[in-house]
Design a protein around this ligand. Sequence first.
Ligand SMILES: [Zn+2]
Length: 363
Amino acid sequence: MNDEKRFTHVFSFVRSLENNNKAVWTDRYGNTSVIIGKELLSELLQEWKRRPQKYVVLSTPIIKNKINIPLNYMFERGSVKDVSKILSIGGAREHNIAKEFINNKQNKVIEFITVPIPLSNDSFGTNRFSPRYGSVMTPSLESTYPSKIIIDLDILINIPVYLNIRGIGEIVGLYYSIRDYYSVRKLSPPKKAINNIEYDICRLIEALRIRKNWLKLLAINLIKKCFIMRVFEDHQIGAGGDHLIAYGIEHYLKSTNKPFEDFSHGRLVYLGLVVMASIFPEWEYGFFSLKNLINVGKNLNLIDHKDMELLVYMIRKGIIPIFAIKTRLQRPTSLSAISQARIRKSIGRLEECIKKHERGGIR
Ligand SMILES: [Zn+2]
């Protein structure tokens, strides 16, 4: 399959999901069905309760109290054996634990279902997990894809909006990851793919503005990202320079104990993609301009004035991109080959945005 066909394959899957609220993906890794709707989780839990199979439910504390079955965190300590089904409900932590458990071949899990709550990142639909060594964050490894993904709209609507909105970092960052992926290979991404991604992001931002249908569109955009990485059999197409900068910011702030309000992955990726837009103005395309990204990010509380100043500081000190690249040395990125002149211009562009903001120009 050539690249254009791979993208088209994902886009038609996603269209069918949007129109029918369900779709099944099939490839050499197996089947993954995706369903979108209301009260899906409670229906599933009722069904599981009736059948005496051994299963484990991992749940985020946000909804732990709302689920009427005993929740099991035991297998975090590796003490659960013969589990045939795993249901992980959460942002990233729960899916990560589940994938790490499944990755241990001694555990023969037949069914792995994920329920993203909130829609803050893409971990519910990928096969990646980060092994945990205490509090140290490690580069991710491959495990299994979920056999089913459940998007439960009435649970999602009842959690704070800002938690779901973080997922926009992943979705907008995808554009910069794809650009980076092709640029490193001295190629251009298929035009149709770029068009499709931009079009759906604009629809999502508009849906958010009028607060209509936005959770479904947010989920669909995240699923699109997951399946692009899956069809390319390479997660790097969805985790390029924007992600490296996000890891760099996180490592730097944590290692220097600098106060920072929100270390969530989605928001850090948003900061990363703003830097990418300032370094690579030639990638500007419709929605994806530095000015627009800052406007949208400010409206959605994904970036503020202080963050912008922090980014400029980090670029000046060379933390971005050098420290950022070092977080994943094996990952090819266009950030490795940028000149000092390009870095200076990037600082100039960001500072201009900061000044305009001070004068109230950007909004
Ligand atoms: Zn990510």
